[in-house]
Design a protein around this ligand. Sequence first.
Ligand code: PEP
Length: 256
Amino acid sequence: MRRPLIVGNWKMYKTPAEAAAFVTQLREVTAAVQDVEIVVAPSFPALLPVRDLLAGSAIGLAAQNMHWEPEGAFTGEVAPPMLTDAGCRYVILGHSERRQYFGENDAFVNRKVRAALEHGLIPIVCVGESLAEREAGLTEKVVTSQVEQCLAGLAGDAVANLVIAYEPVWAIGTGRTASPADAQEVNARIRELVRDLFGADAADRVRILYGGSVKPDNTRELISRPDIDGALVGGASLQVESFTGIIRACEEAGKR
Ligand code: PEP
């Protein structure tokens, strides 16, 4: 069975000191949580202090981006081994804000996904349609193409262990959430696609999250759906109270 996963994407928020205060509190209030995997994705400068404060806890660490090369003359970039050294288990790749503001495309994301896997990092691969694409009835086409391209060339075993996050762009940071039925439909389509491309084992094991204005009061209904294995959370992951509200709602959904 797939273990539910809640990932907090802090984007370009929280100084290292603020991140440290947050995880100190988060660690305390989630100490008894067993059935949900919790991950936080701070900014790069906050990774080391957060890693140290999370030592010995079940809360995992993710980076929000990385380069595909192991080192080199790439000013401003961060390499996979730097992230593993900083305690990261996961890395978010292809977030719509990276695609929108920094020109990342599926070919870039594919290189990054392969590099992450080579270095023992678990990619959280983000896909999702824009509002115009949804309104034009292109959701399935767009998401299918993104999944195919981002995961191109991978083995079934690798796909089984990674995470896909379906994040409709129009729902990110807008307060608009996909209905649980719509989110389930897209997630189920992604799983079907993984089955076709990488086999039944990969499809049964890959975790597919939903992201886009997830909050404590809409989490349970989303996560109760069979193909929604957790959430990638932006805004509501920035306060301990709302983030733990989402974690508790996920626990209550009772999926294991
Ligand atoms: C995100 O950043 O991935 C996200 C889903 O943001 P929000 O929860 O704020 O919509």
